[in-house]
Design a protein around this ligand. Structure first.
Ligand code: DGY
Length: 330
């Protein structure tokens, strides 16, 4: 019997590839870059399992190119906005993601952005690296302290909660907006209060985005939302770029409508609006949320475990559309 064909669209940590090799013939793209659409479609043709990255578009054309034997697409990311899940479900293709393993690393990064932008770390670093003449003085690069300030968490899932825990340790009050309330236990632990998004925007000193990208969250933070924020407030995004209207953000930062922003993700990633690059009151990172050796390894291994489970007829640990499994059992 021929071994299953497993296609990995870009290099992932070796322990994950080793696991995959136990279960099938593994092809890993030799080019450490996102594949062009045609290359991606050629690569997945005939695959039983595709292991994808967040920049791979998995849609009807991808599924057609892969063929009817495709059993699962295991995305090495918690976010799966790159995947047309209903299209996959219709064809009985399982989609899996990598939740939980990146919660702490991403919350660390969000907290880093909050500290970096409120304490003007980028500006200070640039001053030194540009070899500017300086001497300590009372008013140099003054930022905002976090103690007794309010953090507004937009999307109180695992990462939002993990950030709130960190922010609480820095002395911040927590409010959050989410369609679903957090458990009483979590609200009590964090002293967190659920409010409508409009109220959150009006009262928060730091607004941090932790929602998934969906139709309902695309441009959730638009010009109107930004206008609700205090002119002393900061906006942080380590979730997905298109949740913020980037052009409106540039305008709000330029005009002083808000004090600053810390961004790890962009509307047209990997492009970054040149307007953002020109501004000093913005900290810009290249999508580093989960970028620790431990976390990236855990993400790869979890994606591989999902693949292995599907191939051996077991329940994958983190399916996105488990109804596909129900369908295959009946
Ligand atoms: C994810 O997993 O969705 C992240 O954005 C990648 O770190």
């Amino acid at each position: 019997m021929s071994r299953p064909k497993i296609v990995v669209t870009r290099r992932i940590p070796e322990p994950a590839v080793e696991l995959l090799r136990e279960a099938g013939d593994v092809w890993v793209s030799p080019d450490d870059r996102p594949l062009e659409t045609q290359e991606l479609h050629d690569a997945v043709s005939g695959a039983d399992i595709a292991v994808t990255l967040l920049h791979d578009r998995v849609d009807d054309a991808f599924l057609d190119a892969a063929g009817d034997q495709l059993r699962a697409v295991c995305n090495v990311a918690v976010g799966f906005d790159n995947i047309d899940v209903p299209a996959a479900t219709k064809r009985g293709v399982l989609i899996a993601n990598t939740p939980a393993v990146l919660t702490e690393a991403t919350a660390d990064l969000a907290m880093t952005l909050i500290l970096a932008v409120t304490r003007r770390i980028g500006e200070g670093e640039r001053l030194i690296r540009n070899r500017e003449k300086w001497s300590w003085h009372m008013f140099m690069l003054l930022g905002m302290g976090l103690q007794e300030k309010t953090l507004g968490v937009v999307g109180m899932g695992a990462i939002g909660q993990a950030l709130a825990r960190r922010a609480k340790a820095f002395g911040m009050e927590i409010v959050y907006s989410d369609a679903r309330p957090a458990s009483d236990e979590v609200e009590r632990e964090l002293g967190a209060r659920r409010v409508e998004l409009d109220e959150l925007l009006e009262i928060a000193d730091v607004v941090s985005i932790h929602a998934p990208l969906m139709d309902s969250t695309r441009h959730l933070i638009d010009a109107q939302a930004l206008a609700r924020m205090k002119d002393t407030a900061y906006l942080v995004n380590s979730a997905r770029g298109p949740i913020i209207d980037e052009a409106a953000l540039v305008e709000a930062l330029r005009s002083g409508q808000i004090a600053g922003a810390g961004l790890d993700v962009y509307e047209n990633e990997p492009e970054v609006d040149p307007g953002l690059i020109e501004l000093d009151n913005v900290v810009l990172l290249p999508h580093l949320g989960s970028a620790t050796i431990e976390t990236r390894t855990a993400m790869g291994v979890l994606a591989a475990r999902n693949a292995l489970a599907v191939l051996s007829g077991e329940d994958p640990p983190t399916p996105v559309n488990p109804e596909v499994l129900e369908g295959s059992r009946t």
